[in-house]
Design a binder for this molecule. Sequence first.
Ligand code: FMN
Length: 361
Amino acid sequence: MSETPNLFSPYRLGPVELKNRIVMAPMTRNRAGQGNVPSPLMVTYYEQRASAGLIVSEASQVSQQGVGYPGTPGIHTPEQVAGWKKVIEAVHAKGGKIFLQLWHVGRISHPSLQPEGGLPVAPSAIAAQGQLFTFTGMQDFVVPRALDAKEIPGIVSDFADGARHAKAAGFDGVEIHAASGYLIDQFLRDCANQRTDAYGGSPQNRVRFLREVTEAVIGVWGTERVGVRFSPVSDFNSMADSNPDSTFGYAAEAMNQLKIGYLHVVDPIGAEAAPGPRVTRTIRTRYRGTLIANGSYDLQTGNAALASGEADLVSFGALFLANPDLPERFARGGKQLNSPDRPTYYGGDQHGYTDYPFLQG
Ligand SMILES: Cc1cc2nc3c(=O)[nH]c(=O)nc-3n(C[C@H](O)[C@H](O)[C@H](O)COP(=O)(O)O)c2cc1C
């Protein structure tokens, strides 16, 4: 007889035993050091949050071409691997589990961040709207260079190398970042992908790049320790799709066929929710494995998502950023919560990073 699960129920994620179903969502914090190497401050930050059932690390670029912001950690040099090793050892010493999020930003970059000042790359030569933060202040997004199909295997192999490096560092698994308007999401959604070759057009074709990356990463890790993240209705980084249910229904089915370890779906339920139907329910019917729900959840709505079977695990972003002991705070009723301080989200020092107080007593 299985009891109704809640956030405190343990969970078996393939071979990875999670002590609860509270996942720390991936969050870019721009505190990496010189050479995009994970810093000692990052060791403290992740160690403080090791009571999560699972931590998904901040997005980490698989190549120099995949960089979109200052101070984000990478997973493509020996120094970066050594830096991550210290983070992982600290999390493991506290009984935590941690996956690395593998990242390539695609068009969300700038020549000043690219190798030899080149243009960022994307499925199609369509610029994102607005500006991005660079070493020289805010800059307009540039029109990216559309990738030649011949270049795609090289990027797939950068993801495989990132996966290999993550394994060497000692992570418990990896999550492929296919959300938030970065390279893989740019291929998935038709606002950014207007290719006429085998990587554009139908959902089948737009999912091809994700499928190739996922197969390559599974080649390194096996199926069970590989997760994938989607944000079907998020408009972040000026993204949109003409039919999210169709695109992400198909993408979910493709991930089901590949038997990945989990799907992580950003589909907000709170004040920031996009108008229109949520896509998680469609995904749930097309993907039969572990589903992590994300987007404005709290103790009550997180427990409800688990009890109804909508999700198997729930991830928390801003709440975990501001509450290093979030599981303990939830266990005590979830009323006493620190508020997240937005001005210190991206970059800076320990302030707004490792100095959020723990509950007393
Ligand atoms: C500071 C910050 C950084 C983020 N960085 C990432 C990231 O690196 N990768 C990612 O997939 N999502 C990122 N996100 C999105 C979160 O993982 C999450 O989807 C979002 O905060 C909504 O969840 P919440 O309502 O529980 O905060 C970030 C969010 C915040 C607040």
